[in-house]
Design a protein around this ligand. Sequence first.
Ligand code: MD5
Ligand code: FE
Length: 203
Amino acid sequence: WQETLAEGAVILRRRAREDAEALYQQIMAIAEQNPFAHRITPGGHRMSVAMTNCGDFGWSVDSRGYQYQQQDNLNGRKWPAMPPLFRTLAQQAASEAGFPGFNPDACLLNRYEPGAKLTLHQDKDEKDLRQPIVSVSLGLPAVFQFGGFERGDSTQRVLLEHGDIVVWGGPSRLRYHGILPLKPGVHPLVGAWRFNLTFRRAF
Ligand code: MD5
Ligand code: FE
């Protein structure tokens, strides 16, 4: 159940459904080792999305800026290892979408509560922008904004639901994108949240 949104952007609808319980358990185990936190941007804003990471590198933000690091700058601890299930699922999805050989070294975990959003941005802190990003959505549905190559370009709205995987590669790797404020609700597995895992090759 695969659909191309734009060149290089492939949605694998419900692809992670069968793994959802196991993924959710692993998310909770990661959060026990390094909890989700609302980080403060260089501009002094508290992000409405709470984040943590697993893998060799994690993406985070603080007063100094945005960067990939081996440890969490909030507590100095190394990020938890990437669970084999996470890696395998990301690699398989990338390959199904036409990007064989993807080997993520970072997984950013985003947790959305009702009202949480992500304003339009590009992901370009990774070294090799030819590597795709694989994103896995769990829990409450969200409206994703899929834009163009400039901030002011018009955006398409795409509903991302529990179990959906999107592979962002090729020219779509650098499109502006965001998440509209999450609508309240309760998901039978995940509760009143949306989780999104993004698998990246940072270095
Ligand atoms: C999310 N997360 O649903 C999204 C999924 C982030 C973020 O945006 O940076 O944590 S990843 C969506 C994405 C990644 C790379 C390129 C494009 C979309 N794109 O070209 O549209 O929490
Ligand atoms: Fe992004």
